[in-house]
Design a protein around this ligand. Structure first.
Ligand code: TRP
Length: 334
């Protein structure tokens, strides 16, 4: 809470190619939230180095993600859009919180287990304490709410546990964050396996629509999307492929599933696929155009980067000063 405004924090990694799932499931909804909350949207580049990165590539992708935040409609004068690595308080608080987190807790994190299995040659301590850095992100800004997908819920829970543990010892230092409940983002599934979430790390490029895909590619991928042999357009669990197409269509056109089912009643899957592709193209086209413009406007983006890092730092330092005092670090003499 800052004044009587609630604080919201969320972040995204700049690794991999962002998908339609990232946009419809998260980014799109972030836009509406900046009216109601003081929003911090971080490009979490510190989390990214828990797996090996090519430096030039990481630098480029991080900046691209910032462009995308703005192109998707976030107002950088209002929401604090910034790079995590620009605010050293994240690292400082993460260290402190590491000392208030049990290995037993971290051992239970399912994402760590998954990632450790995937990167068996680089199971580093950063990957292990990833949730603690995430807790630091959130607690540093005294966030009241955090919009997260189901895959990050366990990390939000550990954040709450760490904050409560700290508060129990030192008094009310941290706001206990709640998961954001509100109009949930669309859950977009893989086009090749509709039982699985659409993921930027999917090895099959036909499974995901990337935010950078051109119209032809989008149409082609939807044509190949896995459906079923029922031969009817209905919104039901037994037809996950068709349901996913309808969900995407609804998220892009702001229709309800009922409306969409009525619209396509009696039509073939081909018609549905084309309509979905078209709706996606019209959502992505203006975003892609805006990204291109922003790429050319270096001075503007540089100013945003500088000003928002300063803004974030201001709030971060407030919390950090309090925390350092509470835990007994000697006062700094200036
Ligand atoms: N770990 C999150 C993800 O991969 C990104 C993230 C980092 C985040 N810090 C955060 C999300 C704080 C919400 C709040 O999706």
């Amino acid at each position: 809470m800052i004044g009587d405004t609630k604080v919201l924090f969320s972040g995204m990694q700049a690794t991999g190619n962002l998908t339609l799932g990232n946009y419809l499931g998260a980014l799109k909804n972030w836009v509406n939230l900046s009216d109601e909350y003081l929003c911090f949207y971080s490009v979490v580049d510190m989390h990214s180095i828990t797996v090996r990165q090519d430096p030039a590539e990481l630098r480029k992708r991080a900046r691209n993600l910032l462009h995308l935040y703005i192109a998707a409609g976030l107002d950088p004068e209002k929401a604090v859009i910034y790079f995590q690595s620009h605010v050293s308080g994240h690292a400082e608080l993460a260290w402190i919180l590491n000392c208030f987190t049990y290995m037993g807790e971290l051992n239970r994190m399912t994402q760590f287990k998954d990632k450790a299995a995937k990167h068996a040659d680089n199971i580093n301590a950063g990957l292990y304490t990833y949730p603690v850095l995430m807790a630091a992100d959130i607690l540093l800004y005294q966030a009241d709410v955090v919009p997260v997908g189901a895959d990050q819920m366990q990390h939000l829970e550990i954040t709450r546990d760490i904050a409560q543990r700290f508060n129990k010892i030192y008094g009310d230092v941290f706001t206990i964050p709640e998961p954001f409940v509100g109009k949930a983002g669309a859950r977009v599934m893989s086009l090749q396996n509709p039982e699985k979430k659409m993921s930027k790390s999917d090895e099959n490029p036909n499974a995901s629509i990337y935010l950078t895909d051109d119209p032809d590619t989008i149409v082609r991928k939807f044509k190949r999307a896995v459906t079923d042999s029922e031969g009817m357009i209905a919104y039901r669990e037994e037809q996950p492929g068709v349901r996913n197409l309808l969900d995407i269509y609804c998220a892009c056109t702001d229709h309800t599933p009922e409306e969409a089912v009525n619209e396509f009643a009696g039509q073939g899957y081909g018609t549905l696929k084309n309509a979905v592709a078209e709706s996606v193209v019209s959502v992505l086209r203006p975003i892609q155009e805006r990204v291109k413009e922003l790429e050319k406007d270096k001075a503007y983006i540089d100013r945003i980067i500088k000003e928002n890092a300063e803004k974030a730092e201001y709030y971060a330092n407030k919390t950090l000063r309090k925390v350092k005092r509470k835990i007994g670090y000697p006062d700094r003499i200036r």
